[in-house]
Design a protein around this ligand. Structure first.
Ligand SMILES: NC(=O)c1ccc[n+]([C@@H]2O[C@H](COP(=O)([O-])OP(=O)(O)OC[C@H]3O[C@@H](n4cnc5c(N)ncnc54)[C@H](OP(=O)(O)O)[C@@H]3O)[C@@H](O)[C@H]2O)c1
Length: 310
C-alpha cells in the first residue's frame, strides 16, 4: 500500500513512517518544505492544501497527523489560532485537494483527540458519546467536521480520537520524566480525574489496523482499554521509576502556571473506552498501564505485574 503521511516529523508520524516501511508499504511523508534531492516525499502547503508535484494520485491512503503543538507555555490568542488553523483549516484544504484528484485515496485517517468529549467526570465515554465543551472539544469537533467533503466523495474517513500517547521520546510522558525522576512527581488536583492513555506502539498498531479494516469509518477512539485516574497514573509511574510521588500539584497552582491549559489537559476527566477498536478485534499490545510504561521506559516488568499480566 502507498500511504502519504502528514506530520511525519512528529512523535507519531516518525514512528508510523518507519513501521509502514518495515511492514513493506511505501510511506510518503507530506513535508512543509521542498523535499531534499532524492527524498521520497511530497511537498504540502497547509495554507493552501496544495500538494506538489501535482499528479493524478497521491497515495492509496493518507494519514493526516499534522498540527501545531497543543502544549505551549501559555494558550495565548495567537497560539490558539495557530492550533485551530493548522488543524481545522489545513484539514479542509487538504481534503479539498484530495477530493479533486483524478484518483483520490481510498482511505483518509485523520487525527483527532479524546478532548472531543470535554470534561466527562466518572462516566464511561465511547464513540457514541456526545461532544463536550471547551477549547479542545470545539477543536476536535471542527477538525472532524473538516473531513466531511472526503466522506461525501466516497473516501473512507476514520477520525482517530487519540488519548494521551505514552512514549519516552516525546509528548506528555517525556515531559513528566524529569520531575518524577527527581522525586518531584505527585497527583495533580484531586487526582480523581480519569486519564485515557495509549502506548505509542498501539497508536501505530491501531493506525495499521484501521487502514486495513474496511468496516471502520467515522470516529475511532485510540485509547487503551484500561483508563486510570490521575492518582493511579502517578502511583504507577512512581513505582516503575522507583521514585516517591509525594508532592501534589494543587489545582490552583496548576492554573497559576498553565492557565486554561491546566483545566483542559491536566484537570479534565476523560474515561474513554476503545469500543470500536475492540469490536473490530484490534489486539492491544499494551492494554495495562504498568506494562505500557515499563515497555516505553525500557524497565523490567515487576514480579507482581508479571503475575497479574499487567
Ligand atoms: N501525542 C498525543 O498525546 C496526542 C494526543 C491527542 C491527539 N494528538 C494529535 O495527533 C497528531 C500527531 O501527534 P504527535 O504527538 O505526533 O504531534 P507532534 O509530535 O507535535 O507532531 C505534529 C507534526 O505536525 C507538523 N506541524 C507542526 N506545526 C505545524 C503547523 N503549524 N502546521 C502544520 N503542521 C505542523 C510537524 O510535522 P512536519 O514538520 O513533518 O510537517 C509536527 O512534527 C497531532 O495533530 C496531535 O494533536 C496527539
Amino acid at each position: 500500500m502507498i500511504v502519504a503521511v502528514s506530520g511525519a516529523g512528529g512523535l507519531i508520524g516518525s514512528a508510523l513512517v518507519s513501521s509502514l516501511r518495515a511492514a513493506g508499504h511505501r510511506a510518503i511523508p507530506l513535508v512543509r518544505r521542498a523535499p531534499w534531492p532524492g527524498e521520497n516525499a511530497l511537498r504540502w502547503d497547509p495554507s493552501s492544501g496544495a500538494i506538489t508535484p501535482a499528479g493524478s494520485a497521491v497515495a492509496d491512503a493518507v494519514v493526516h497527523l499534522a498540527g501545531e503543538r497543543i502544549v505551549g507555555l501559555r494558550w495565548t490568542a495567537d497560539k490558539k489560532r495557530r492550533i485551530r488553523e493548522s488543524r481545522v483549516t489545513a484539514t479542509r484544504l487538504l481534503v479539498q485537494t484530495l477530493t479533486r484528484l483524478p484518483k483520490p485515496p481510498a482511505v483518509l485517517v485523520c487525527a483527532s483527540g479524546t478532548g472531543y468529549y470535554g470534561h466527562g467526570g466518572d462516566g464511561v465515554l465511547t464513540e457514541d458519546s456526545r461532544a463536550g465543551t471547551g477549547f479542545l472539544a470545539d477543536l476536535a469537533r471542527d477538525w472532524e467536521a473538516a473531513t466531511a467533503a472526503a466522506i461525501a466523495q466516497g473516501i473512507r474517513v476514520v477520525n482517530l480520537r487519540l488519548g494521551v500517547v505514552l512514549s519516552a521520546r516525546g509528548g506528555a510522558l517525556a515531559a513528566m520524566l524529569t520531575p518524577f525522576r527527581l522525586g518531584l512527581g505527585g497527583v495533580v488536583g484531586g487526582g480523581a480525574q480519569w486519564m485515557s492513555w495509549i502506548a505509542l506502539d498501539d497508536v501505530i498498531g491501531a493506525i495499521l489496523h484501521v487502514l486495513s479494516t474496511d468496516s471502520l469509518r467515522g470516529p475511532v477512539n485510540a485509547v487503551a482499554p484500561a483508563p486510570v485516574t490521575n492518582a493511579e497514573f502517578t502511583r504507577t509511574l512512581g513505582r516503575v521509576l522507583g521514585r516517591p510521588t509525594l508532592l501534589p500539584l494543587p489545582a490552583f497552582a496548576a492554573r497559576l502556571a498553565l492557565g486554561e491549559m491546566a483545566d483542559e489537559l491536566l484537570l479534565t476527566s476523560q474515561r474513554v473506552l476503545p469500543a470500536r477498536l475492540e469490536a473490530s478485534n484490534y489486539p492491544f499490545r499494551h492494554p495495562h498501564l504498568e506494562g505500557a510504561l515499563r515497555a516505553a521506559l525500557g524497565a523490567e516488568p515487576s514480579a507482581s505485574a508479571r503475575l497479574s499480566g499487567r
